[in-house]
Design a protein around this ligand. Sequence first.
Ligand code: ATP
Ligand code: MG
Length: 329
Amino acid sequence: MTQADDAVRAEGLVKVFGDVRALDGMDLIVKRGQVVGLLGPNGSGKTTTVRILSTLLEPTAGSARVAGFDVVKQPDEVRRQIGLTGQYAAVDEYLTGRENLRMFGGLYHLEPAYVRQRSQELLDSFDLADAADRPVRTYSGGMRRRLDLASSLIAKPAILFLDEPTTGLDPRSRLGMWQVIKELVAEGTTVLLTTQYLEEADQLAEDIVVIDHGRVIAHGTAEELKDQIGGDRIEITIREAGRVADAVTAIRQVSTGEPSVDDRHLAAPVSGGSTVLVEAIRALDAQGIEVDDLVLRRPTLDDVFLTLTGHAAEEPEQAPARPRRGRRR
Ligand SMILES: Nc1ncnc2c1ncn2[C@@H]1O[C@H](COP(=O)(O)OP(=O)(O)OP(=O)(O)O)[C@@H](O)[C@H]1O
Ligand SMILES: [Mg+2]
């Protein structure tokens, strides 16, 4: 049975809030054991999708199955299969970090000995061991966020929904979170994570679904998406504007497409990662062209969005009431 193999199968999800069409025909398949990254800018419908899949919200139209169970008709069965980390912390201020984890372990009816051991693992992973026995109200924002993540991971659910798991974390905690997610995946957990960071989806997800205005606009591995938008670019500033024609000739030898020129600056699509930098230096050096600056630029989420949608990913925060998601096609 192929359908039962799917951890998540959503078809034509629509969610309307007043005159805002938060989801506009969203399709999504996550196979068991897979990590799928749901990538999209603010207001694109990531949280709405996750809330529907985790039974917190009913779709206006369309259907979704999680672990083979219908999210509307069989919410209890769905809940037994999933873990959810929300975008906002849900921990108890007056308990210590360790007590919070014990409480969540209790909610999941886990063995106390297991909860003790798992709590310690998570407190270590999230750099909270020293603060574990202090009340949460004394924690910093980042510490609360890490504890919230740890709480949702206590049960090792079959299917885990992570809504922007690393937003608000410092780089070190972000790496810790990635590590914990990778460990869970190695043990067989299926993960759907939302993010605004292409790099994060790239690190964690085999499959990336890009959404905008509540529908899928692209889908594939990180490499496929990057190829689709033209891959890496090399950007060079040469010392003398008069040598630019020679520089173009030199760069053509290492680029995969025609260089563009703006005064002393050249940019060109390349493939092959950082070895291209060495090749470019050699080609320019062979012509005796002096270089002021040379960088390899990886595609960013902004590049993906600019290419796919014609607008940047990082739009300013909008007031929820403004119906900018109400755009109809
Ligand atoms: N309860 C609600 N009532 C009204 N509008 C809502 C509600 N929840 C979400 N929306 C709107 O639906 C759209 C999608 O919101 P959603 O929270 O799913 O986006 P998101 O991709 O998670 O964004 P972010 O990156 O900011 O978390 C937005 O326009 C939002 O304002
Ligand atoms: Mg969100």
